[in-house]
Design a protein around this ligand. Structure first.
Ligand code: SAH
Ligand code: SF4
Length: 424
């Protein structure tokens, strides 16, 4: 069974042609899919019955199952999706009182960068998500909207480093923003990156419409090296230069995200140094008070310190906003998304220990997963067994380094020209 969302427009058209069908069937079928993603092929009333039967035999629209669905009292909803190969990925729907409905999506299973304060990198990286899996998160979240609600924004701020999977991400975003796709304004899409200079320049070349947010978190390399270990190989100056180039090429103001960690990077001297670093740039600083992650040693900053930090920046001429916490009660806030949940891991580890003891063996580190709930589950009590917890290894760091240059392999999976995806 093929994942329909991983088929490019051309591949899908070729499939119809091989069945003796006209190319316009592609538009017909995809229109249904984008309008009501949960639709079954049987319900596509303008598609001939015989074609529907063939579609049903060959494709599924959603390749991932909802393993858990949690709702917060502030309107935030989080889905934990189980991929076909038994991995997990999280994505979030955020609601605000202006009527904006924003989806926050992931680009990788886990993350190989390993920032010291983030849950997503804690268990390392397994693989990049496919274009179809990235798009599917948006569609699965769209299904949670009420009839009167409209999806308005996309933020690529979930698990993973988006620029390390840029080709596939752009393939998915192209379909999300195309008029024959989901039709979301490209200017309402924000891509947040840890700061990969080559990736930033590539993005500027390929799609200058999207908004870029760079996760800075420190005003000097010494501190940033501690918080974002990958910085040792990059350095703040190289990131700022790439972001300046992005602005020069796109005319879009760059946002700098700064997670505030109590007594680590939230002191007045940090604010001053940051203001000096960004002085003269058309930049916006987005302060993100730390969202607690179980097992990490950091603390939430004092409210007054957050206010003082923002004041110093703004008095020194830097535009600043503070990101209000959304979804933290269901661990759906920034940096709280993860592919392995501690309670699930400890449960499955215990189970495994028991099993190995019975078999007289040492437990192994291999991964094991059990079937989870179906698409209709809204419970968060589903037991997910997954032992694939791994420390960030040299291998993963190499993967990370390699992906900075966007190898040909990553480009091939998505269209060379993203526009090939939806328009002929
Ligand atoms: N990998 C990308 C995008 C995903 S992270 C990046 O790093 O930008 C999205 C944002 O959440 C980043 O700015 C990241 O630094 C922030 N973040 C990570 N962990 C956090 C935490 N525990 N509390 C608050 N923000 C966090
Ligand atoms: Fe990865 Fe971003 Fe988390 Fe860093 S902050 S570990 S880059 S997801």
């Amino acid at each position: 069974m093929e994942h329909l969302l991983d088929y490019s427009w051309k591949q899908f058209r070729d499939w119809f042609v091989s069945k003796g069908q006209p190319g316009y069937r592609v538009a017909q079928v995809l229109h249904w899919v984008y309008e009501s993603p949960k639709i079954s092929f049987d319900e596509m009333s303008d598609v001939p019955k015989v074609v529907r039967r063939e579609l049903k035999k060959s494709f599924k629209i959603f390749s991932m199952q909802v393993a858990s669905h949690r709702k917060g009292s502030d309107g935030t909803e989080k889905l934990l999706l189980r991929t076909q190969d038994g991995e997990f990925v999280e994505c979030v729907l955020l609601r605000d009182d202006k009527g904006n409905r924003t989806v926050c999506i992931s680009t990788q299973i886990g993350c190989g960068v390993g920032c010291a304060f983030c849950a997503s990198g804690l268990d390392g990286i397994v693989r990049n998500l496919t274009s179809g899996e990235i798009l599917e998160q948006i569609l699965q979240l769209k299904c949670l909207l009420q009839p009167e609600e409209r999806l308005s924004h996309i933020v690529v701020m979930g698990m993973g480093e988006p620029l390390a999977n840029l080709g596939r991400l752009l393939g998915a975003l192209h379909r999300a923003t195309h008029k024959d796709g989901l039709g979301i304004s490209a200017r309402h899409v924000t891509i947040s990156t840890v700061g990969l200079p080559n990736g930033i320049r590539r993005l500027a070349e390929l799609n200058p419409q999207y908004h870029l947010a760079v996760s800075l978190h420190a005003p000097n390399d010494e501190l940033r090296n501690r918080l974002v270990p990958a910085n040792r190989r990059i350095g703040i100056q190289a990131i700022l230069q790439a972001a300046d180039d992005y602005f020069a090429k796109t005319g879009r103001r760059v946002t700098y995200e700064y997670v505030l960690l109590r007594n680590v990077n939230d002191r007045p001297e940090h604010a001053q140094e940051l203001a000096e670093l960004l002085r003269g740039r058309n930049a916006l600083v987005n302060l993100i008070p730390y969202n607690p992650v179980q097992g990490l040693p950091y603390e939430v900053p004092d409210r007054r310190d957050v206010g003082r930090f923002a004041d110093i920046l703004s008095r020194m001429g830097i535009q600043v906003t503070i990101r209000y916490r959304k979804g933290s009660e269901i661990e759906a806030a920034c940096g709280q998304l993860r592919r392995v949940h501690p309670e699930i891991v400890s449960k499955s580890k215990k189970k495994k220990k028991k099993k190995s003891a019975a078999a007289g063996q040492e437990p192994t580190g291999s991964s094991e997963s059990s079937p989870t709930s179906d698409n209709t589950s809204t419970s968060d009590s589903v037991i997910i067994s997954n032992d694939a917890t791994v420390a960030i290894s040299d291998h993963e760091l190499q993967m990370y380094e390699a992906t900075e240059d966007l190898p040909a392999e990553a480009e091939q999976a998505a269209p060379a020209k993203p526009s090939d995806q939806v328009s002929e």
